[in-house]
Ligand binder design. Structure first.
Ligand SMILES: Nc1ncnc2c1ncn2[C@@H]1O[C@H](COP(=O)(O)OP(=O)(O)OP(=O)(O)O)[C@@H](O)[C@H]1O
Length: 332
């Protein structure tokens, strides 16, 4: 089995008395997108800064390996294999997009002709060829972000850290950026993404970790995380009032909508719970005209995990949960 792209054990970081990361474990398989979510100040940027060698972890941290190299013992090797696009762009507004790219190629010691080739190719790929000779200060926010990522790719990194890559972008530019990120992963790159947009994590990430109070409050795929919070239900709709009434009495714990001839049954959306509902309908010889499964969205998960239970009314959500464990429970 190959090494994960990122493996951190007991990652710790304090500033003075303030514990920012209280021993978090992270494993990111190669060629996947991992998203770290958390409220402002949760420590997402700190985690990115440590994993990209910009900031030292506390000595009490466990082993941290990035790109197969030990972060403490061989930071140079780690640096050679990664790219970082932070909240503060590396783009120099005073020079053109092309010059920014060529500067990057020089920093990576690419031969001149190779630097020009890579620059032209990346500017084309990120739809910046027409603007290549204009000063970067004249670029829109979306163009600057694209240039920033293009600059990161000059060194052909295998792992890319994207710290809030779409903050402040309009919806169209955000979608373009999502497409770019997906294409990076198709090419085998591993992406470590922090974001404050839950939809972004939902759209892109293979796995999501929610950081709160210095710890990982929950981790899993978007679907697994959504199953952790209450609010999911199965909705059955009928056209025949008789079938509707029969179903209402055959099923337990239903909320009725007599006008719409619809029934709502609390459910985590798991196969086991769906089967139970369908079995009851089958036994009673009833067929619904429409069946839809509603799971909570990531916003629900985020508020449940990072807000206090008393505030959000979501008592019962475990504070330290591995969603895959929970899922295994569900399908058993
Ligand atoms: N160099 C530093 N010195 C002291 N405190 C710091 C330093 N860097 C970060 N912190 C503190 O660590 C905490 C986590 O900050 P960090 O920037 O990692 O959070 P974040 O999750 O990225 O937040 P945001 O979403 O607002 O960017 C904050 O309370 C911040 O004030």
């Amino acid at each position: 089995m190959t090494d994960p792209a990122i493996a951190a054990n007991g990652l710790r970081k304090s500033y003075g008395d303030k514990v920012v990361l209280d021993g978090i474990d992270l494993v990111v398989p190669e060629g996947t997108i991992f998203s770290l979510l958390g409220p402002n100040g949760a420590g997402k940027t700190t985690a990115v800064n440590i994993l990209s060698t910009l900031v030292s972890p506390d000595p009490a941290s466990g082993a941290i390996r990035v790109g197969g190299h030990d972060l403490g013992a061989d930071p140079q090797a780690v640096r050679a294999g990664i790219g970082v696009t932070g909240q503060f762009s590396a783009v120099d507004g005073l020079i053109t997009g092309e010059e920014n790219m060529l500067l990057m190629a020089d920093l990576h010691h690419l031969p001149r002709s190779e630097g020009r080739r890579v620059t032209a190719e990346l500017l084309e790929r990120f739809d910046l060829t027409d603007a290549a000779k204009k000063p970067a200060s004249s670029y829109s926010g979306g163009m600057k972000r694209r240039l920033d990522i293009a600059m990161t790719l000059v060194g052909s990194p295998r792992i890319i850290f994207l710290d809030e890559p779409t903050t402040g972008l309009d919806p169209r530019s955000r979608h373009t950026m999502w497409q770019i990120i997906r294409e990076l992963v198709t090419g085998g790159v591993t992406v470590f993404l922090t974001t404050q947009y839950l939809e972004e994590a939902d759209q892109l990430a293979d796995r999501i970790a929610v950081l709160n109070n210095g710890r990982i409050a929950a981790e899993g795929s978007a679907e697994e995380l959504k199953r952790l919070v209450p609010g999911g239900h199965v909705r059955l709709r009928f056209t025949d009032p008789h079938a509707y009434r029969s179903a209402a009495s055959a099923l337990h714990d239903v909320a009725r909508d007599d006008e719409a001839l619809a029934l709502q049954i609390p459910s985590d959306g798991s196969q086991r719970e769906l089967r139970a509902v369908l079995d009851r309908l089958d036994t009673a010889g009833i067929e619904a005209d429409e069946l839809t499964v509603h799971t909570p969205d990531l916003d629900d998960v985020f508020f449940a995990l990072t807000g206090s239970a008393a505030d959000t009314g979501t008592a019962g959500v475990p504070s330290q949960t591995t969603a895959s464990d929970q899922t295994k429970e569900n399908v058993r």
